[in-house]
Each structure stands twice: as C-alpha cells, then as structure tokens.
Ligand binder design. Structure first.
Ligand code: ARG
Length: 281
C-alpha cells in the first residue's frame, strides 16, 4: 500500500474524477488507515511504498505492476498524469526481491488493475487502460493462458472495477461492464459467479481486497455482502468515499505481492520462480 499523504483529485482521467469535488484529506487518511487495519485484522502483512509529492494517484498500488511469482511486470500508464509513478514502483519492487520487467513496447498496461488471475488463467481487461496485444505478449512471457475482456463502460475502466476473483472457481462481477463476448467467456470459465447490481457496482462492490475468505469493500454493498456470506466468505466493510472520488476503492489501494488469493500459482511454489521462460518481451 502507499500512504495517502499526497492524495487528492488534481486532474481528470476517468468519469469519477472532478476537480471541483475534492477529497477531504483528513477523511481520506482515516479511511486509508481503516482499510489497512481491516487487512491486517484479516491476516495480511502490509508493506508500504513511500508516497511521492505530485503523484496523487500513487495510493492506487494495484496499478503498480502485475505480480507473477518473483516477477513484476511494471505498468506503463495510458495517461501521462500517472507515468511519473512508474520509476518509483519499479525501484521499490526491484529493491524488494522482484525481477522488474517492462510491458511489451508500445503497449499501455496498468498492472493488477487490469490483469487478474483466477485459477491458472489471467483475465485481462483491455481498451480503456491496457492494450489487448500487450496482455497476450505478457501471457506468452509468463507462460500463462490469457483471456482478454473488453471493458465497454467508461465508469468501469479497469477490470478490477467490475470483476474480482475470490478463489480459483469463484468471482464477483458486474456483467454490464463487459461486452456480450466477455460475459460468455467468464460464464464458460468460472463456475461460481456472484453478480452485483448497478447501484452497488457504482459503490465499487467489485473492487474488493481479498485475504483468505475475508472480502473487504467500500460501504454500501450490503446486497453483495449477503451473497458473500451465503457462499462462505467473510465480507468486511470500510468507508472509502474519498477514494471513490478518484475512481478507486479497496482493491485499487492494494497490490498483493505474494499472489492474489485466487491465483493457482501461489499454491504450488510460494515465492519461487520455477518457470523457465526468461524470454524478453
Ligand atoms: N484515479 C486513478 C486512475 O484513474 C484511479 C485508479 C484506480 N485503480 C484501479 N485499480 N482501479 O488511474
């Protein structure tokens, strides 16, 4: 996670952002701390990347990189407003034992915001922030199957705003954010789908941080929380309104360094790097 010292809404790169609707800084700090406390209570150990003045969206560490074993594909942001975050994330990851790699030349890629493992498959959101061809090349480099999903709604511009794997067979989703083909791909590949309704999707219900069976979201997602409890999960709510003003919530504010809960690879070789695919992108 990245502390929100320099967080605020200072430019507009998605439909949630409006400079006239500024985040309340003290409230943002309190909300971020309560998210961190909820993750620790769920069993997570939280590492911090130092915040940098002038990079207000650096709090959204989901966009730092895609983590696969000890490799990190560092993001190349679509918007120049966030490009300054890249060297800071890259340095931190390299200093903490990750092999930091660039995404394929010429392609935007926004890390775990758009690339999420469910089982042994990488689900990859494209069009708004990441490029479809780049995702496929990353899949080839890592030796994993990629299923690209086109994101069709401006409010759901990252895959993690409309899709959240919970375990290898289960995911939360908001189907209208995908096209008909993407919906078919998800239904054909994930056995247990927990759907959220539009109002809760707009409260970032799909943007959940998952630790074990704990599923941490913004407040205002009680319909989803009921369905999660019925499916054997332990939903937790934390108010995150000040981050919704920049288009982010619980999941966006975190990057799982040891592999997402739903990623099959984290079971077989935790911390290892047994694959022999060291090709360049
Ligand atoms: N203001 C940020 C942006 O538009 C929010 C990023 C949210 N992150 C996420 N993983 N959905 O880039």
């Amino acid at each position: 996670m990245c502390p929100p010292d320099h967080y605020g809404v200072y430019y507009v790169i998605n439909p949630w952002m409006d400079i006239a609707r500024q985040a309340d800084h003290a409230a943002a700090v309190a909300q971020w701390q309560s998210l961190r406390a909820a993750l620790v209570a769920a069993g997570a150990q939280v590492s911090l990347v130092p915040p940098v003045e002038g990079l207000p969206d650096m709090v959204f560490t989901a966009n730092a990189a895609l983590i696969y074993r000890k490799r990190a594909i560092v993001s190349r942001f679509r918007h120049e407003q966030r490009a300054g975050e890249q060297p800071h994330f890259r340095r931190w990851l390299a200093e903490h034992g990750f092999e930091a790699l660039d995404p394929p030349d010429g392609h935007a890629f926004e890390g775990a915001g758009d690339a999420l493992f469910c089982g042994d498959t990488l689900y990859a959101g494209y069009r708004q922030r990441s490029d479809a061809i780049g995702h496929q090349k990353i899949g080839t480099l890592l030796g994993v199957r990629v299923l690209p999903l086109e994101l069709v709604s401006a409010h759901f511009y990252h895959l993690d705003t409309c899709f959240c794997p919970l375990d290898a067979q289960t995911a939360i989703w908001f189907p209208p954010a995908l096209d008909e083909y993407g919906r078919r791909v998800i239904r054909a590949n994930i056995a247990n789908l927990i759907e959220v309704e539009e109002a809760e999707a707009r409260s970032f219900a799909c943007n959940a941080a998952v630790v074990g069976r704990a599923v941490v979201t913004n407040i205002g997602c009680s319909g989803l929380h009921g369905r999660l409890r019925a499916a054997g999960f332990a939903p937790v709510e934390v108010p995150l309104s000040e981050f919704v003003k920049a288009g982010g919530s619980a999941k966006c504010l975190t990057l799982r360094l040891d592999g997402e809960e739903a990623a099959a690879w984290r079971q077989d070789d935790p911390g290892g790097n047994s694959e022999n695919c060291h090709d360049r992108l």
